[in-house]
Design a protein around this ligand. Structure first.
Ligand code: ADP
Ligand code: MG
Ligand code: MG
Length: 893
């Protein structure tokens, strides 16, 4: 029979009985690490974990439990009772527990924790007696009713909050901690009345009913909207499931020698090796992150730096702090990574409630990885494996220009570094809407909650009025790589008027501001930025990555500026230089239109003659930057119709240039109209019908290459790429045009250079016929954007309407335009690679298209043994790191 309950604490270690401490797949991250901490002898309240397998089975069985689970849970409760000496539901010495969700990876979309479960009208009296603290007992009970009502019963929590506010106002209190036992008792009465009114039944008094209600709520939350959104954004599979952790309560709200806190073993914002965190005296659980009371600093140094008065934990509880610091070091060595820790102090005794590898900014991830390798805690290769490749994005983008003028409106906490400018909006839906419409958005909230995730994702930056460095906004923003300023207390937000006020300045929705998540500054308008520093830790890690990388990394670029950026980022060539953008240039478009609208070859050649010197100039500039490196140039690809004139004056320009009447041009434009341009007259079909176009482009390429060779002594290596080939014959015809032109140019100049002619594989037929095509094609570049469109029969531009649902419903694991559909499109790539190599063993294989900068797709390219990937310039370092990580992984397996 499958075991679904694993106990921990008090010397029992079910999770480690096979020699493995805490398996995250089975126990979830939280459960695995509670088990792990208990196993190495740290003070962890005893408890048990119901496995993720149970969650999966729960859904498979129509949201029911197997009978055996009742016994297993009863056994788990008995274990906690045995260790603590308390009884669940006992009116002498009641056991209280927390019920906590915990997936394999931490998921803010999941159920909130229920604390103090096991309290009812009788046990609360008993708790008051045994603790000798009535205030504490009733404070715990009111917390429990509120959390349970919100999280398990799903009642609207605002009425509960209002009831508390009223009591505070009536008594002239500012803080929750000012309320006494009688007031908490009165609030409990009010809460129970509210529950009955809203839920239609009295608050459950049976502790077992409470427990099962909470367990089901955790499993239920796995399919909540928030959780689904989070899974979609983070590519977490729906079948993973969550575990449930049930654990004895320890109490941080037992007066001034009790406290609760969160801490990081290193600074998660910049990576510095210093303990970092916050704590609150006489408080429980979420109080620290809820932003109701301002938490105090953990260390003296941090308090002094912030110029804060309230004592740090290091000063207020020196002994407990000392013990905590020892635990930090122990955990870091044990897990060999920076830890994010939750703890509680109950009457001076330290209890550990959670540890996990802490979320960090890219900057911190980089610094920590390099530091830890240099400290000898991890190896260089582990350091390479540790920095999430796509997170490098945060480091490669500009930061605020230190010399630029700043109109500083206010200052909050530097919660997540990076600078962002954009228009302010006050809710997540608007943020998403405006971002989709193309605006840069700064989401401004009093405090964020998991419901805001989609808006935070859509925003360029996040600003909150409340909450500390470990608030929801701060943690999520750091995880997402969004700049964030939190706790900017001088901001007042008027949601109804869609307006924020800072001092006497009013900023309505849509006003542009800039936030600097490194300093906490909030500024009016847009502040200019400067390029990032690529030496230092970044350079060190990249050098380590390059040592293990097998795949070459090229770039997709078509301007000299982009080429230069890409080279600075380490590009080893160009994998895709599109030529159509050059045609859109204002100075050339009329000649391009003249070419398209020409009635015959002579007309086209006349227009092409005007384009040749321009096109040669383009290539010369690119070759100068890329001298000595391979440059793949794709001949003209897009549907001609994209270049057609639309406006009257555009027709007039072409008429003036050619002497053909506007009417005649319009008739011709009409003839060229296409119903489905993506599958129309484009790609090599243009070259087949109008070979003179490709001839002109080939001439421009070879003349430019010879010019650059002459001027610099170093030639680039042109790789001429024929797009949208479906048959070998098509390719052969086009290759003949290129070869013939090359020979003509070489003869005219009396000089030669080496070059290759190959094709893009972007049609399923080409992939299948790759063996044939490879007879004359010297390289394949997988154009995975179009290959995905043509394999799935889905147009990328129209997929937005349904793709989200396809991912939600698990039809696609991820967006196939972001990450290669390995099963389908990937199979075609494998087939093409295999058949191409069978014909021509040395054929060069690479991938261009967006996927070339996507780490998961890069891992696929490594597994398929391609020669290179090609990514946009800013993604080149990401691709280098991802390629190294893929190499490390394949070496292991
Ligand atoms: P999250 O996943 O949102 O961090 P947790 O399950 O860690 O939720 O619970 C949140 C907080 O509740 C913890 O940081 C801790 O302060 C408090 N908490 C959870 N379990 C207990 C417990 N057994 N005793 C005391 N406090 C607890
Ligand atoms: Mg937690
Ligand atoms: Mg294409």
């Amino acid at each position: 029979m499958t075991q679904y309950v694993y106990r921990f604490g008090g010397g029992v270690d079910d999770g480690g009985k096979n020699g493995v401490t805490g398996d995250k797949t089975l126990l979830g991250g939280k459960g695995a690490n509670l088990d792990g901490m208990a196993a190495i002898g740290l003070p962890v309240p005893p408890g048990f974990t119901i496995t993720t397998e149970m969650c999966t089975r729960y859904y498979a069985d129509g949201e029911t439990y197997p009978d055996s689970l009742r016994d297993e849970v009863a056994n788990g409760i008995a274990h906690i009772e045995g260790v603590t000496g308390n009884g669940f539901g006992s009116t002498d010495n009641p056991l209280l527990v927390s019920v906590r969700s915990g997936a394999r990876v931490s998921m803010p979309g999941m159920m909130d924790t229920v604390l103090n479960l096991g309290l009812n009208d009788d046990t609360v009296e008993a708790l008051a007696r045994v603790s000798g603290d009535e205030r504490f007992a009733w404070d715990s009970y009111r917390r429990f009713i509120q959390m349970y009502s919100d999280v398990v019963l799903g009642l609207d929590h605002s009425r509960f909050e209002d009831a508390l506010e009223i009591i505070k106002e009536d008594n002239g209190y500012y803080l929750d901690t000012e309320l006494g036992a009688d007031q908490w008792r009165a609030l409990v009465g009010e809460y129970k009345r509210l529950v009955e009114e809203e839920w239609g039944k009295p608050f459950p008094q049976d502790v077992h009913e409470q427990l099962w209600g909470a367990i089901s709520a955790v499993f239920g939350s796995w399919q909540s909207e928030r959780a689904k959104v989070y899974r979609r954004l983070n590519a977490i599979p729906g079948e993973w499931g969550t575990a449930v952790n049930v654990q004895a309560m320890v109490f941080g709200n037992m007066g001034d020698t009790s406290a609760t806190g969160v801490a990081f073993t290193r600074n998660p914002a910049d990576g510095t090796r210093a303990y970092y965190g916050e704590y609150l005296i006489n408080a429980q659980g979420e109080d620290v992150v809820a932003g109701i009371r301002t938490p105090q600093y953990l260390t003296k140094a941090a308090r002094e730096e912030a110029n804060a008065k309230p004592l740090s934990m290091e000063e207020a509880m020196p002994e407990t702090y000392g013990e905590l610091a020892r635990v930090f070091d122990l955990l870091e060595t044990h897990y060999r990574d920076m830890q994010d820790i939750e703890f509680t102090v109950e009457r001076g005794k330290l209890w550990m409630l959670q540890t996990r590898s802490g979320k960090r900014t890219a900057k911190a991830a980089l610094k920590m990885a390099v530091d830890m390798a240099q400290e000898g805690l991890i190896t260089e290769e582990e350091a390479v494996a540790r920095v999430e490749a796509s997170a490098l994005d945060q480091l490669l983008h500009p930061t605020l220009d230190p010399d630029a003028a700043r109109d500083v409106l206010t200052k909050g906490l530097p919660a997540s570094p990076g600078a962002a400018s954009g228009i302010i909006v006050f809710d997540a839906d608007t943020a998403e809407k405006r971002a989709n419409a193309g605006d840069d958005v700064i989401l401004v909230r009093i405090e964020t909650s998991p419901e805001d995730i989609h808006g935070m994702h859509a925003a360029k930056g996040i600003l909150t009025a409340r909450g500390g460095m470990t608030s929801h906004a701060a943690v999520v923003a750091r995880g997402m790589g969004r700049p964030c300023v939190s706790g900017a207390g001088s901001i007042s937000i008027d949601n109804a008027a869609k307006m924020m006020r800072i001092g006497n300045r009013e900023l309505p929705e849509g006003t542009i501001i800039t936030i600097d998540g490194a300093s906490g500054e909030v500024m009016a308008g847009e502040v200019p930025t400067v390029q990032p520093e690529l030496a230092g830790d970044f350079g060190t890690l990249m050098a380590w990555a390059d040592k293990v990388r097998r795949l070459k990394v090229r770039t997709n670029a078509e301007t000299p500026a982009d080429c230069r950026t890409a080279r600075e980022f380490g590009a080893e060539g160009i994998g895709l230089c599109r030529t159509e953008h050059m045609f859109f240039d204002a100075a050339r478009i009329t000649a391009v239109r003249q070419m398209i609208l020409a009635e015959d070859e002579a007309g086209r050649r006349a227009a092409l003659a005007k384009l040749l010197p321009e096109q040669r100039k383009d290539f010369t500039q690119i070759f100068e930057v890329m001298a000595g490196l391979p440059v793949t140039i794709r001949l003209l690809d897009p549907p001609l119709h994209e270049f057609l004139p639309h406006q009257e004056h555009e027709f007039a320009d072409v008429a003036a240039a050619t002497g053909v009447s506007v009417d005649q041009l319009k008739r011709r434009a009409n003839e060229l109209h296409e119903f489905n341009p993506m599958l129309g007259h484009r790609g090599c079909r243009l070259g087949v019908t109008y070979p003179e176009i490709y001839e002109m482009q080939a001439r421009a390429i070879f003349e430019a290459a010879l010019d650059v060779q002459k001027a610099s002594g170093e030639a680039p290596i042109p790789e001429v790429m024929i797009p949208l080939v479906a048959t070998a014959r098509e390719f052969d015809l086009m290759k003949a045009v290129v070869d013939k032109t090359a020979e003509a140019v070489f003869a005219e100049r009396g000089e030669r250079i080496g070059y290759l002619v190959g094709t893009m594989i972007e049609l399923p037929r080409a992939a299948l016929m790759a063996g044939d095509i490879a007879k004359s094609a010297e390289f394949f570049s997988f154009g995975t954007n179009d290959l995905t469109q043509t394999t799935l029969g889905v147009s990328r531009d129209d997929a937005g309407r349904f793709l989200v649902q396809y991912v939600d419903k698990g039809i696609f694991a991820t967006d196939p335009f972001v990450s290669i559909d390995v099963e389908g499109v990937g199979q075609l790539i494998e087939i093409a690679a295999e058949r191409g190599r069978a014909t021509r063993p040395a054929i060069k294989l690479g991938i261009c298209g967006e996927h070339g900068g996507d780490p998961a797709s890069i891992a696929f390219c490594e597994a398929t043994d391609l020669d290179y990937v090609s990514a946009s310039p800013y993604r080149v370092p990401i691709a280098r790191l991802a390629a190294a990580q893929a190499a490390l992984k394949s070496r292991k397996s």
